[in-house]
Design a protein around this ligand. Structure first.
Ligand code: GMT
Length: 382
């Protein structure tokens, strides 16, 4: 099938999922066309069946806001016509579902029917999408999609609660390619570059937005390092990073915290991590937690949104109410207290992560594509 994928190309879960999905689809013989404003960060290989089409938004002095949706919908129409695209999959509703709908309508004028699948990822519903300024258009474009999917059961329920949805929402969880971890390309884990042998390594990876509760990460670590030798590795960039660095200074723990910035090699960091922290205020799924688990890293998290569908309390880590840093720190110490307990949690994390193997999830997307493709055939026969 020839599939166009629209996503955010930056570091962030929805873009990562869209990219990994596109790569896996191409491996299965589909022709995949990414349409976005920059080459997606995890797409480092443009193979024969993977294409990237850049959306340009030329600056014009009259515009206070550049019309990205307009440029995206135009690019989609041109790409569909030029490459004979049969299906459109947009990741993150805002503004992708809206631009996709416009492209659909323009193509219909020319007798081309383009089925559109919209995957809801999280803040496109819970934070941004339900804002009164966007809600009407988001609601409309979700309902105009041929198939709607959400990355967790919790996000599906939130969507039904916040919006007036007339479409069925299918839950397709995020995934991980387990085979990559069975034969890792990195041979040795460079733990000694980060910490001494007797120190536990705690890691957090995110885009450092307020929703991630970055100060909670620091406070949890502060409590841990008072009890046991430990280092904190902070991976990512974002608006909260500077405050986090300042907080570490205030608490006197700067020498124990490494800020690494954005990284494309998170597996090389997670391979030497003993614990992952995700105290988010909202999280539809928590892909970062799953990436930690597949690397045998237990997770201390909040119980927000869809996290409990991934991190299993008492098995792969522990869940606490948002903001309860005392409980999160004491649960972290429970896991880290001795090697035997830590090993047990590590094994559990890896075992539960296997449930989200791409081999289990890709067929769900392929079935959805076939269903959507059928609507195209039906429309063409009319
Ligand atoms: O929150 C992020 O880190 C980025 C954001 C995105 O859309 O890129 O992530 C959302 O989608 C991810 C992939 O489906 C989920 O794993 C994250 O939980 C979700 N983030 C939130 O709901 C806050």
């Amino acid at each position: 099938m020839k599939i166009a994928i629209v996503c955010y190309p930056t570091f962030g879960g929805s873009g990562v999922v869209a990219t990994e999905l596109g790569i896996a689809l191409a491996d299965r013989g589909h022709e995949v066309h990414f349409v976005t404003y920059r080459q997606p960060v995890r797409l480092d290989l443009l193979s024969q069946r993977i294409h990237f089409h850049e959306v340009h938004v030329p600056e014009y002095p009259l515009f206070h806001y550049q019309p990205y949706e307009l440029a995206l919908s135009s690019k989609l129409v041109d790409t569909v016509k030029l490459f004979g695209i049969e299906l459109l999959h947009v990741h993150y509703a805002i503004p992708h579902a809206y631009a996709g709908y416009m492209a659909k309508k323009m193509l219909e004028e020319e007798g081309i029917y383009l089925p559109m699948i919209t995957t809801l990822h999280g803040t496109d519903i819970t934070l941004v999408g339900k804002h009164p300024f966007y809600k009407t258009a988001v609601n409309f474009s979700i309902n105009q999609s041929d198939v709607v999917t959400s990355v967790s059961e919790n996000l599906k329920q939130r969507t039904l609660e916040f919006f007036d949805i007339t479409k069925e929402i299918e839950v397709v969880p995020n995934f991980i390619d387990i085979s990559k971890y069975e034969n890792p390309s990195y041979t040795e884990c460079q733990r000694s570059s980060m910490a001494k042998d007797d120190e536990r390594i705690i890691t957090h990876i995110s885009n450092f937005r307020p929703v991630k509760h970055i100060p909670d990460v620091i406070h949890i670590f502060y409590k841990i390092q008072k009890e046991i030798p430990a280092k904190l590795v902070m991976v990512g960039e974002g608006p909260e990073k500077e405050n986090a660095e300042f907080l570490c200074e205030q608490l006197g723990i700067t020498d124990k915290v490494h800020f690494l910035g954005n990284s494309n090699e998170i597996d090389r960091i997670l391979c030497f991590s003993d614990l992952f922290l995700l105290p988010s205020k909202a999280e539809s799924f928590g892909l970062a937690a799953l990436e930690a688990m597949v690397n045998r890293v237990p997770v201390i998290s909040s119980n927000a949104g869809g996290i409990p569908e991934v991190n299993i309390h008492g098995v792969t880590g522990y869940l606490s109410d948002v903001g309860d840093v005392d409980e999160m720190a004491s649960n972290a110490l429970k896991i880290l207290k001795d090697d035997e307990t830590l090993e047990k949690f590590k094994d559990n994390a890896a075992r539960v992560a296997k449930k989200f193997d791409i081999l289990n999830v890709l067929p769900l997307y392929e079935a959805i594509y076939l269903k959507a493709y059928k609507t195209r055939l039906d429309a063409t026969l009319k």
